[in-house]
Design a protein around this ligand. Structure first.
Ligand code: SAM
Ligand code: TMP
Ligand code: ZN
Length: 406
C-alpha cells in the first residue's frame, strides 16, 4: 500500500500494519465504549525524502481537546528534564532584554513554568483546554490553539519575533508539518532557533519499540529525514543530540540557512544512519517480522499464565499500552486491570482493549504474580518504587525488544 508524503509529496511505502486501533490516549468511561473511533494504524517510509509516517491519520480535534489525558509532569524524570531545558534556554538564548520563547504543545506547563518563574516573556500554544488550564495555574501564558502558519503570524503580530521556538513530543504529532515549518519561519527573529525533541526512528527500530507507533505519532524522525525536511523549508539542521527520554529521543536544533554553524554531530549521525541502512526496506521489513514475533510470544505467554491460574496486572497505561493491547488482542481475560498514577486515567478504560485503569495502590492488594510493564521507558523509576513487589516474589514481564520475564 502507498500513501503521499506530508513533507515532500513523494510516495510513502507501507512497512507495518498494526490493525484497527483507537486514538491511543482516548481513555473511555465504561458507558462510552459504543461507537469508539477506530482507524487503520499503519506506517510507511517516503521513497523520496525517507520520512517515516503514518498512512492514515486521526483528525487533530479527535486527539487533542479538553479531555486530553497525557500529563508531561507525570514522571519525576520528565519534570527534571524539562526544568533543565528551560534553564539552558534561559542561560544560552533568552539573555536579551526582550527575549521571547514560544512552546508548541506546552501541555501542563512542565517546561515554561521555569521560564515564567524567571520573568522571561513566553507563550505556550496548547489546543487541549484542560492541560492549558493546568499550565496557566503555574503562571504560564497560554494561547489555546493549534499551532500552524496562521497562528504563528498572529503571534508574531501580537508579541514580536521569538528567539526560540520549542516543541517536545509534539512536532511529530502534527500532520500539517509543512505549515508548522512555515509558521516557525514567520515567527523566529534573525538568529533564532527551532528546537524540538522527538522519539527517534533509530530507537524505535533498534528496540523493536513498535508500541511507540500510535495515532499521535504521525512522524518518526531520523537525522537524515529531519535534515532533508529542514532544507526544504529554508533551515539548516545545526545540531542533533541524543537524549534519554521515552527510551531514546533526539533533540534537533534548526536555524535559518547559514545563520549558525552546523555541529559535527549532524554529519556524523547522518553518516551513521546511512551505514546502518536505518530506513532501508530490509531494516523496515525486519522490524515488521520482529513485531509479529513479539505479538505471538506475548500472547502465548499471557494465555499460558492464565491457563495456569496466575494473576497478571498491567503497570502503567501510556499510549503505548493501547497499541500493544489492541495489536495482541489483550482483554480482561488475560490482564484484568492496569495501574496508572494519572488520576485522569483512573476509573476509565484503555482505548480499544477496554482494560480498566486503577490507582497504583491497588497493585499491592494483593500483589499479582506478574506485572506487565507497559510504561517500560520508566522501568527504573517504577521498579525502584515497587521493590516490595519483587521481594514478595512478583515478576516483571517486558516485551520490548523481546518478551522477557525477570
Ligand atoms: N511537551 C510535553 C512533553 O514533552 O511531555 C507534552 C507532549 S504531549 C505528548 C503533546 C502536546 O501537544 C499535547 O498537549 C497536545 O495537546 C499538543 N498539540 C497537539 N497538536 C498541537 C498543535 N498543532 N499545536 C500545538 N500543540 C499541539
Ligand atoms: P509515558 O511513557 O507516555 O511517559 O507514560 C507513562 C505512563 O505511566 C503515565 O500514564 C504515568 C504512568 N506511570 C505510573 O503509573 N507510575 C510511575 O511510576 C510512572 C513513572 C509512570
Ligand atoms: Zn517525502
Amino acid at each position: 500500500m502507498y500513501g503521499k508524503c506530508r513533507v515532500c509529496g513523494g510516495a510513502v511505502r507501507e512497512f507495518i500494519d498494526l490493525g484497527r486501533q483507537p486514538s491511543a490516549n482516548a481513555f473511555l468511561l465504561p458507558d462510552e465504549v459504543d461507537g469508539e473511533f477506530l482507524f487503520r494504524l499503519a506506517a510507511g517510509s517516503c521513497e523520496k525524502c525517507s520520512m517515516v509516517q503514518l498512512l492514515e491519520e486521526v483528525p487533530q480535534t479527535v486527539r487533542y481537546h479538553e479531555g486530553y489525558r497525557y500529563r508531561a509532569s507525570g514522571s519525576a524524570g520528565h519534570r527534571r528534564h524539562f526544568e533543565e531545558n528551560a534553564r539552558r534556554f534561559l542561560r544560552d538564548e533568552l539573555t536579551g532584554r526582550d527575549a521571547f520563547i514560544v512552546e508548541i504543545g506546552c501541555n501542563d506547563g512542565v517546561m515554561l513554568a521555569t521560564v515564567a518563574d524567571a520573568g522571561v516573556r513566553h507563550l505556550g500554544v496548547e489546543p487541549s483546554a484542560n492541560v492549558a488550564e493546568e499550565a496557566r495555574a503555574k503562571g504560564v501564558e497560554v494561547r489555546e490553539d493549534f499551532f500552524d502558519e496562521t497562528t504563528a503570524a498572529e503571534i508574531r503580530d501580537e508579541h514580536g519575533p521569538a528567539r526560540v521556538v520549542f516543541g517536545a513530543n509534539t512536532i511529530c504529532h502534527i500532520a500539517h508539518i509543512d505549515s508548522v515549518l512555515r509558521g516557525v519561519d514567520a515567527l523566529l527573529g534573525p538568529g533564532g532557533i527551532f528546537v524540538f525533541e522527538e522519539p527517534y526512528l533509530g530507537t524505535v527500530l533498534e528496540q523493536g519499540a513498535f508500541d511507540q507507533i500510535y495515532d499521535e505519532h504521525v512522524f518518526y524522525f531520523s537525522v537524515t529525514s529531519v535534515r532533508e525536511m529542514a532544507a526544504r523549508f529554508g533551515f539548516d539542521l545545526v545540531d542533533a543530540e541524543r537524549i534519554p527520554l521515552h527510551g531514546g529521543e533526539i533533540r534537533y536544533t534548526l536555524a535559518r540557512t547559514g545563520e549558525r554553524p552546523v555541529a559535527a554531530s549532524v554529519g556524523r549521525m547522518v553518516a551513521e544512519e546511512r551505514t546502518r541502512g536505518l530506513s532501508s526496506p530490509d531494516a523496515l521489513a525486519r522490524f515488521g517480522d520482529n513485531v509479529r514475533r513479539v505479538r505471538d510470544d506475548l500472547v502465548t505467554l499471557l494465555q499460558g499464565l492464565r491457563d495456569d491460574g496466575r494473576r497478571v496486572v498491567g503497570y502503567g497505561a501510556p499510549g503505548k499500552a493501547t497499541t500493544v493491547t489492541n495489536l495482541c488482542g489483550i482483554g480482561t481475560d488475560l490482564v484484568p486491570f492496569v495501574c496508572d498514577s494519572t488520576p485522569d486515567k483512573q476509573g476509565r478504560l484503555v482505548p480499544g482493549s477496554h482494560l480498566p485503569v486503577r490507582p497504583p495502590e491497588e497493585f499491592a492488594r494483593p500483589y499479582p504474580d506478574y506485572a506487565l510493564l507497559f510504561a517500560w521507558n520508566h522501568a527504573e523509576e517504577i521498579m525502584a518504587k515497587e521493590e516490595e513487589f519483587r521481594r514478595a516474589g512478583g515478576r516483571w514481564i517486558r516485551y520490548v525488544p523481546t518478551v522477557t520475564v525477570t
